[in-house]
Design a protein around this ligand. Sequence first.
Ligand code: FAD
Length: 480
Amino acid sequence: MGLRSASEFKEGLRDGREVYYRGEKVDDVTTHHDLGIGVEHVALDFELAEDQEHRDLMTWMDLSGGERVSRYFKIPTDTSDLLNRREMIEQSTRLGGSVVLLIKEIGTDALFALDVVTGHLDKHAGGQYNPRVKAFLEQCKKKDLSLAVAQTDVKGDRSLLPSQQDHPDYYVRIVEERTDGIVVRGAKAHTTCAPYVDELIVLPTRAVKEEDSAYAVSFAVPVNAPGLKLIASPFGSPPVSEFHHPVSSAHRMIDTLTIFDDVFIPNERVFLKGEWQYAGPLANTFVEFHRFTAASYKPPLCDLFIGAAALLAEYNGIAKASHVREKITKLITYTETVRGLTLAAAHDCRINDNGTAVPNIILTNLAKFHFANNYHQAVSWVQDIAGGLVVTGPSEEDMENPETKGYIEKYLGGGGGVSAKNRLKAINLVRDLTASTFGGYNELLAIHAEGSLETQKITILRDYDVDRCLKLAKEAIGVE
Ligand SMILES: Cc1cc2nc3c(=O)[nH]c(=O)nc-3n(C[C@H](O)[C@H](O)[C@H](O)COP(=O)(O)OP(=O)(O)OC[C@H]3O[C@@H](n4cnc5c(N)ncnc54)[C@H](O)[C@@H]3O)c2cc1C
């Protein structure tokens, strides 16, 4: 088949999946008043693949299968593959109103990691997982499947290992081994896009010890599998209108608490089953790819910050003020540092022993860390330029009411003859991006998604060649 249309993708979601939203079971995610926004948003992935202007970027002629397929499924083997992937993620996010689509990006990050790690496992520990991973990737490619990744376990007490917890199900685990597969139980949190993808890929969150080998488990599962239940987060829902929420009324991500209530996984879909030594490497290799995806989808939102700040500087008549120019310069510096580090990570990639190109780990983590660590500061620069109306402005209904309309038009205009309506539209953009529930979501996403700040610091310190610098210091003082 190769490529699916957006309507074929939506049809595939009507498969009896068990999704809950605000206390009710959802009949059809595609027509649901809130989840449907997520569906329409991600359908863009399929539309872009059909669109002449974006087809070459978003798709690829797979010579092994002899058909055109989504480029996300191409395992990167060199810098140009990584640059293409980065560009594809940045472009589709920009066209998605600055919100990443994430229905193939994260899933392929997981598959690339599984390919690398199961390759090692099979070679050194006598497994037979790598052919299964490769077969599943082929299936995704041929059927043009959409994927979410459930890695983050609910975790209970963070200071304890899985088997030391109050109950044994704080981390997803194998509860039964059968000749034809395994049965898994537990829950994962924050599974982005899960209600409206075809498949979930499950990975371990962390390294575990031998006594935790039941928790060293990875597999792929269709979202409508019996026993799989999704409780969707209603955070920020539903947006009021396009006027009040110019971005989030059409573009958003929806995340779930993902319950595995004794779900059967057939052998051919099991990618790790108790080999505890490989849980940590799998979790880490996934983020090596996934933080590159993360740093690739961040710049469109930052660009929108720069644009909104520049527009409101103009509308507020302060564009020439030195502090405003300085804040816009800092926003540009912030954005281009993230973009530049990601480009550099692709150029300075490492070719793994299985031929996969892995983006430079330190540069990738620096890009993600720089974005997350400075995000709230960047928000404050935009909010400073925009002014207090971001949270005190009148509503769309008052703009339309003949009794109040005239006052709003008279009093809320700005510099350069801008109308009150256009100025409020720009102000509402800043509200939606930074001071709404969607804005709050973005702040949490910046801090936690793709791993919280400490995880990037740990990786940077672990991978940096500190010994080289130590040697230089010793040389400088003449010590052996
Ligand atoms: C918007 C969004 C989307 C996401 N999408 C996905 C997704 O699609 N798939 C997925 O699998 N995950 C996803 N995540 C999960 C994300 O990776 C986690 O939120 C992140 O790893 C932090 O985990 P946590 O939320 O459990 O917080 P915690 O791990 O509880 O972190 C809270 C604080 O505790 C600290 N901490 C945690 N453990 C320890 C410890 N042992 N010792 C000392 N300090 C500790 C952390 O550093 C942090 O400061 C998403 C998260 C967000 C916010």
